[in-house]
Write a protein that binds this ligand. Structure first.
Ligand code: SAM
Length: 235
């Protein structure tokens, strides 16, 4: 699976992708992540060269019709999207999905992660910023891949500052559905009944003069009782 993220903050991904299961998946080439910064494609009056040689690349502008906040301009985002799609075409990959992040989109869940991992070879994600991306990007993106291969996705009923965290959430969750990304033990754990309460050593935790014990059922050795207890505590 190749993830492509259109973001004006590509370095935000460095830390998350360089640790743990995702770092291993990248190293073993089970997944690939490419980042495309719309700022690189800013031209014309939005690109300013200052006397000291510094360059400002402005990716936002005021909303038509008024209102608070700024809008991520269509042109640099579309150019970045075009670069991503050309790269996919060149690599000869099969099925492409485009995902646009929006707090009012379809709620992301494991079922979506599973079908997406199965059906597609490349996922292009549009991470919004400011008040969001100019709506024409979504309309044009749909014509690139067809409406059936386009989704507006929300990761929850709250408003974040940008689409970078949602992109990382999807990369993480979808990657876990790709063969070989999880080790055998991790895969087994994924399918097992999981509880919302977990305990490890010591059996009795002494904290500020008080003793905190592990629930007796977990020490009983009775697998049926343990699974029933886990079910009762299932998140
Ligand atoms: N008022 C805007 C709206 O309702 O769409 C809020 C925009 S938010 C500050 C900026 C960007 O963050 C959005 O365009 C979207 O890409 C992303 N975002 C924020 N919350 C999100 C959520 N819960 N799920 C997915 N993306 C989200």
């Amino acid at each position: 699976m190749h993830f492509h993220v259109i973001t004006i903050f590509p370095t935000m991904f460095d830390s998350y992708l360089s640790e743990s299961i995702l770092a291993r998946a990248l190293k073993e080439k089970k997944i690939k992540v490419s980042l495309y910064d719309p700022r690189q494609y800013v031209t014309g009056k939005y690109k300013k060269v200052w006397p000291d040689g510094n360059v400002s690349r402005i990716v936002d502008d005021r909303p038509y019709g008024g209102g608070p906040g700024m809008i991520l301009r269509a042109e640099p985002v579309l150019k970045a999207l075009e670069v991503a799609l050309k790269k996919i075409e060149k690599s000869g990959s099969g099925k492409v999905k485009i995902i646009h992040f929006s707090p009012s989109g379809k709620k992301f869940d494991t079922a979506f992660a599973k079908t997406t991992a199965k059906k597609y070879t490349d996922i292009v994600m549009l991470a919004g910023r400011y008040e969001g991306i100019d709506a024409r990007v979504v309309k044009i993106a749909k014509t690139f891949v067809g409406a059936a291969n386009f989704s507006d996705i929300s990761i929850g009923n709250y408003v974040l500052t940008g689409g970078e965290l949602p992109a990382m959430v999807l990369i993480d969750s979808i990657s876990r559905q790709i063969d070989g990304v999880l080790g055998t033990y991790e895969s087994l754990e994924e399918e097992r009944i999981s509880a919302s309460e977990f305990y490890t050593r010591p059996e009795i935790l002494e904290w500020k003069g008080k003793k905190h014990k592990v629930p007796a059922v977990l020490l009983s050795g009775n697998h049926k009782d343990i699974e029933d207890w886990k079910l009762s505590k299932k998140a």
